[in-house]
Design a protein around this ligand. Structure first.
Ligand code: CP
Ligand code: NVA
Length: 311
């Protein structure tokens, strides 16, 4: 049986993504406890609130025991290589979760790990966030097929994984960024090939949100980008999600942000703290979607877990 590593949303097929979202909405008691007797390594090179807590709680709800490890403690590629860390920890744990600066690190861990590797955020992707985002939008707006979803702000890790999920679910994903931060046509083509939806670039935010049922954004300066903070802040100054911009979207459109947020930078306080903000629902869905993904992984890979337990 091949090991199912989840490094980005596109590591799932369209049908598998739908299965994960269905599992995310099942009561905990119906999922069984596939991790009973097993541990999970959760390694963080960067800070976290939602990801650490939702993953730890999800592991416990599935019967397992999470082992939180700070990046500097294991010293990825400093104290020992990412490959050595992954191979060693795979002998202790049912899966390895990793939040890393460089996407290459989770790819290298996955290339040698005998248990699933789950990307808990890299510079390229944040699939756990994308699962919570599409789950929340489905709950708010129904099936996403044919619906317009706007992203105004940096086309970053969160945007990339969300674009993939939206295309896979048949939605029309529109991204608006300053031109120097836009996804390339080649990147858009790769995302567009994932499903029946579409991903496109629209330079002007007001045009991008026109007709959208959901407007998403994220910080302009992601973790690890502190050295380019000033130039990015200047480039994005016209890309704040304001109340005025929200009026250009479909009536009743909701606002989404993965958090943490910077009020007065990428979003106006009146929007994120207003009646159409769904950021807390999104954050709470991080638990349900993480649990759904882990339940799905161990439905696929129960045999791998048992083999490890016996060795
Ligand atoms: N949205 C998100 O991943 O939050 P944390 O960085 O707090 O985990
Ligand atoms: N794009 C942000 C997301 C944080 C959850 C970052 O990478 O810092």
């Amino acid at each position: 049986m091949s090991i199912r590593h989840i490094l980005d949303t596109s590591d799932l097929s369209v049908e598998e993504l739908k299965d994960v979202l269905a599992l995310a909405q099942m009561p905990v008691a119906q999922l069984g406890e596939p991790l009973t007797g097993h541990c999970a390594a959760l390694i963080f090179e960067k800070p976290s609130n939602r990801t650490r807590h939702s993953m730890e709680v999800a592991v416990v709800q599935l019967g397992g025991h999470p082992v939180y490890t700070r990046g500097e403690e294991v010293g990825i590629d400093v104290r020992e290589t990412a490959e050595d860390i992954a191979q060693v920890m795979a002998g202790y744990h049912a899966f390895l979760g990793a939040r890393v600066f460089k996407h290459d690190v989770v790819q290298r861990m996955a290339s040698v790990s005998s248990v699933p590797v789950v990307n808990m955020l890299s510079d390229v992707a944040h699939p756990l966030q994308a699962l919570a985002d599409v789950l929340t939008m489905q709950q708010q707006h129904g099936e996403l097929q044919g619906k317009r979803i706007a992203w105004v702000g940096d086309f970053n890790n969160v945007a990339n994984s969300l674009a993939q999920a939206c295309v896979m679910l048949g939605a029309e994903f529109v991204v608006s960024t300053p031109p120097q931060y836009r996804p390339t046509e080649s990147e858009l083509a790769t995302i567009n090939a994932l499903g029946k939806g579409s991903a496109q670039y629209v330079a002007v935010p007001a045009e991008a949100v026109n007709g959208a049922i959901a407007v998403h954004t994220d910080v302009w300066i992601s973790m690890g980008e502190e050295s380019v903070a000033a130039e990015k802040a200047a480039a994005f100054s016209g890309f704040m999600v304001t109340q005025d911009l929200m009026t250009r979207a479909q009536q009743g459109a909701c606002f989404y942000h993965c958090l943490p947020a910077h009020r007065g930078s990428e979003v106006e306080a009146a929007v994120i703290d207003g009646p159409n903000s769904r950021v807390i629902e999104q954050a709470h869905n991080r638990l349900h979607s993480a649990r759904g993904l882990l339940a799905w992984i161990f439905q696929q890979q129960g045999a791998v877990v048992k083999e490890n337990a016996q060795s």
